[in-house]
Design a protein around this ligand. Structure first.
Ligand code: AHR
Length: 666
């Protein structure tokens, strides 16, 4: 049977279709609930959903970028155990700034290959790059055997047969350099198997020289490492080592499979780069965009002290703008630091540099290629501006209300003056009253357990209909660390409510988007990955049910049932390249099967039964999750809906999200 692995879902679909076709023969099973969903599909009462309703939120958290979406394989910082067993990381950029700019320092995660009597490795302040002044000095004392250093990558490098890998490194030496770069596999105990190899040609590099080598893999290994070895006596200095797969998404440096998973959500915006990552625990460790643009070799990187790891900032402001405009077709929502961190802040008299920094960031994105910052963008290969429309001033900073509002107004006045078309997102709450400062949006973050989120969704019905619009830039059902079907169904009901209240809520994104399985810091998340695998949690799959909602047309809906407290439903009309569809989504957040009547009134078009379909997200147990070993445990199943019509009798599975797509004959 075609859908054997998804046996339970198949049973549910069978159940559903059987009930549609043989309604009169179906006995009413015990414990069933009944409900009627009435859709008013007339154009008179329809309303357009904002184009930007659903997007994604990318934060550098859980190694989402470094060791994740950003495909760089050479890990550039070390893990250490700090006092009291708290794990942390120190940065050595792609260079060797372990433990900061002072030497001697630790070279971890790099390791040494060879006996002490044959090799001496130490850090020195000898780099060509002013902001990364630490380089590695490798003194080779014997002619044989070959000695050197290795990099283990982010919990192992995923090297795949037939793929090309580009190694870039900076080298200096008084003598000719014969250095061999190898990708080796340590999967089989003991012996290291070579997967790819290339060497420098024995050229003298008495000045720092950029060396590029192509490594073609003739084997696959998920836990490979990069080795740099020589069997020639002498001293070599090394710096800024990068290993990139050549098949990144559009050559933009993103890991393809992860990018494809974002693309499947069809996000209309991407909020970045945080979250708390923007704020920092201390201001000195906050994200500073100016240090993330220009050539990667010159970026100093920084320690993200909220999520406790360093990033080399290879994935910087430019790359994220490019991801929005050229890869995802999304609008960037650029979050700037408001001069406030988790533990310190500037006062109103010293905020000016932060305001200037935000103005400069907009010049970088939108300014002419001849402007100071626009010229850096142009030099990076993008003379055309990135037309940024949304700016958020700070993240969750309205907890310091007075300070925040004072800062906000200074940002507002300066940016509005320079860029009148920019839309502002305030951190203060406009749901329960009017803001006392001008803004286009107010930012709402909603976390709670599944039951709480299911209840909280209703707050939008009573939100103020005047003033700025709501941007729910972070939401998630959090029942401990698990990403269960149950939690995702609360999120589905929440999103249905956002659709229905999209006159007030005009943007929304789940948080966090990614987690690297080796750094499970904030759970749950939408997408889980390691160096070579990835899967969507049920929360991810729920979002795919909403990928057509932005810019579609919303229809009023009524639910009549004594069980309505466990149901949520919405109806939209959306178009693909060929056809229009009426999509009715229904969440059953309870344990009962529901005998449901879907009645569509006021529909001008006929229903094409051959092109109609139904998708269901459910499972045998509401607490079921996905995992690397069972990535498809809870995934949507889509089937034809031959009995589609303006009135349908169907059975809804317990704990399920069902979406009926009625193809319209217009
Ligand atoms: O999404 C994780 C964190 O939750 C974000 O960084 C922060 O804004 C929120 O508190």
């Amino acid at each position: 049977m075609a859908c054997k692995p998804k046996y339970h879902a198949c049973v549910i679909i069978f159940f559903l279709l059987f009930s549609v076709s043989c309604r009169s023969l179906a006995a009413e099973p015990e414990g069933h609930q009944t409900a009627v969903v009435e859709v008013d599909a007339s154009w008179r009462n329809a309303r357009k959903i904002p184009e930007t309703l659903f997007g994604v939120f990318f934060e550098e958290i859980n190694h989402a970028g470094a060791g994740g979406l950003w495909a760089e394989l050479a890990r550039s910082y070390l893990s250490v155990v700090l006092w009291c067993g708290v794990k942390g990381n120190w940065k050595i950029t792609n260079g060797f700034e372990a433990g900061g700019p002072h030497t001697p320092s630790n070279i971890d995660p790099w390791g040494i290959i060879g006996a002490k009597s044959c090799i001496n490795v130490m850090t020195e302040q000898a780099s060509y790059f002013k902001r990364n002044n630490v380089a590695l000095r490798m003194e080779v004392l014997c002619d044989r055997p070959a000695v050197g250093i290795f990099n283990p990558g982010f919990w192992g490098m995923n090297i795949e047969e037939g793929k090309m890998y580009k190694l870039v490194m900076y080298i200096r030496s008084k003598d000719s350099v014969q250095l061999t770069a190898k990708l080796t596999c340590s999967e089989t105990s003991g012996q290291l198997q070579s997967l790819a190899s290339a060497s420098t040609q024995g050229i003298v590099m008495s000045n720092w020289t950029k060396v590029e080598l192509q490594l073609l893999a003739h084997g696959t290994c998920r836990t490979s490492r990069l080795e740099l070895k020589t069997s020639k006596k002498g001293v070599i200095w090394l710096d800024q080592v990068s290993l990139m797969p050549s098949d990144t998404y559009k050559g933009h440096g993103f890991r393809k499979e992860l990018m494809h998973m974002i693309l499947e959500l069809k996000p209309r915006f991407l909020r970045f780069p945080g979250g708390c990552f923007v704020e920092g625990n201390r201001l000195r460790n906050a994200f500073k965009w100016k240090e993330t643009v220009g050539p990667w070799e010159e970026r100093p990187g920084h320690y993200g002290d909220v999520w406790n790891y360093w990033t080399d900032d290879g994935l910087g402001y430019y790359e994220l703008l490019q991801a929005n405009f050229e890869d995802l077709g999304a609008d960037p929502v650029w979050v700037v630091n408001a001069g406030i961190s988790h533990t310190d802040y500037t006062n109103n008299t010293s905020i000016t540099p932060f305001v200037k920094d935000a103005i400069d960031s907009l010049e970088f994105a939108k300014g002419s290629p001849k402007s100071t910052w626009g010229s850096i963008r142009a030099a990076m290969g993008h003379p055309d501006p990135f037309p940024v429309k949304f700016i958020a001033i700070g993240n969750e900073n309205c907890r310091l209300k007075q300070i925040y509002q004072g800062h906000y107004m200074l940002f507002y006045k300066a940016i509005r003056g320079a860029y009148p078309d920019i839309q502002f997102i305030s951190n203060c709450d406009g749901l329960n009253g009017q803001l006392d400062h001008p803004a286009d949006f107010y930012d709402v973050h909603i976390y709670g357990n599944a039951t709480e989120l299911f209840v909280k969704k209703d707050m939008f019905y009573t939100a103020s209909r005047t003033g700025p619009k709501a941007f729910v830039s972070e939401y998630a059902a959090r029942n401990g660390k698990s990403a269960t079907l149950f939690a995702s169904l609360a999120e589905a009901a929440f999103l249905i409510t956002l659709e229905r209240n999209s006159d007030v809520v005009q943007m929304a994104s789940y948080a966090p988007l990614f987690v690297n399985d080796n750094d499970r810091n904030w759970l749950p998340d939408a997408i889980v990955f390691n160096s070579w695998q990835q899967y969507g949690t049920p929360s991810y799959w729920v979002q795919t049910f909403f990928s057509e909602s932005s810019g579609s047309v919303l229809h009023p809906i009524t639910i009549r049932s004594s069980y309505s407290g466990s149901l949520a439903s919405s109806a939209i009309t959306w178009r693909d390249t060929e056809k229009s569809f009426l999509r009715v989504k229904v969440v059953n957040f309870g344990p009962h099967v529901v005998n449901l009547t879907v009645a569509v009134n006021g529909l001008q078009a006929g229903v094409n039964t051959t092109k109609s379909a139904v998708s269901i997200l459910s499972s045998s147990n509401a607490m079921n999750e996905n995992s690397f070993s069972s990535p498809n445990n809870v995934v949507p199943v889509t089937r034809a809906l031959p009995h589609a019509g303006k009135e349908m009798q169907v059975l809804l599975a317990p704990y399920s999200l069902t979406s009926f797509d009625l193809a319209l004959e217009l």
